[in-house]
Design a protein around this ligand. Structure first.
Ligand code: PGA
Length: 252
């Protein structure tokens, strides 16, 4: 059975002091959770957060992006090796905000995933359609193509170590959530694509999250469907009490 992975995406929020204040409250609230908990924090928080959670092994730390090269003349970029050096375990790759504002393409996403896996980082790979694409019936085509291109050239064993986050763009930060049924169906489409490319046994193991306006009031409905294996949570992951309720969705 696939374990639920619930990841917070803090985006460009939280100074180190805010992060530690968050952890002081959040850490004890989720101590006995059965889900894997990941906090994807700004680069400048990673070192502080890792230090703070050294006696909270139930909290894992991730970054929100990385470069696919190890080092070199790439001003302003951070490599996977650098993330490993501060003991980061996860990294979000290809978030729609990076695709839209920072010109990430399916090709750079694919290169980043390969580098992350090579280094032993766990990639959380985002795919998702725009509103007009959903409305014109193209959602399935878009998300299966993004999935296929993101994972191209990987082995089935490698794919088992990738987490996919299905995030319909129209649901991110808008308060509009996909219905649990729609989200589950889109995730089934993604899983079917992985089965076609790598075999059913691989597809059955891959963790696929839902993201887009997840909150404590909808987490249980979403996370108890057949194919949704947890969530990637933006806004609601900034509030310790609210995020702890999402992590503990099964106790509601
Ligand atoms: P949201 O963001 O929960 O604020 O909609 C999700 C995300 O962008 O990962």
């Amino acid at each position: 059975m696939r374990k639920k992975v619930i990841a917070g995406n803090w985006k460009m929020n939280m100074l180190p002091g805010d992060a530690l204040k968050f952890l002081e409250e959040f850490g004890p609230l989720v101590k006995d959770s059965t889900s894997t908990i990941v906090l994807c924090v700004p680069f400048t928080d990673i070192f502080y957060v890792k230090n703070y959670v050294s006696d909270m092994p139930w909290i894992h730390v991730g970054a929100q992006n990385m470069h696919f090269e190890d080092h070199g003349a790439f001003t302003g970029e951070v490599s996977g090796e650098m993330l490993k050096a501060v003991e980061c375990e996860y990294v979000i790759i290809g978030h729609s905000e990076r695709r839209e504002y920072f010109a990430e393409t399916d090709e750079t996403v694919n290169k980043k995933i390969k580098k992350a896996l090579e280094l032993g980082l766990k990639p959380i790979v985002c795919v998702g359609e725009k509103l007009e694409q959903r409305e014109s019936g193209l959602a399935k085509e878009i998300i299966t193509k993004q999935t296929h291109l993101a994972l191209e050239g990987l082995t089935g064993e490698q794919v088992k170590g990738v987490i996919i986050a299905y995030e319909p763009i129209w649901a991110i930060g808008t308060g509009k959530t996909a219905t649990a049924e729609d989200a589950n169906n889109s995730i089934k489409d993604i899983r079917a694509q992985i089965a076609e490319d790598f075999g059913q046994d691989v597809a059955d193991e891959v963790i696929i999250q839902y993201g887009g306006s997840v909150k404590s009031s909808n987490a249980k409905e979403l996370f108890t469907t057949s194919d949704i294996d947890g969530g990637l949570v933006g806004g609601a992951s900034l509030k310790p009490d609210e995020f702890s309720k999402i992590v503990r969705y099964n106790e509601q």
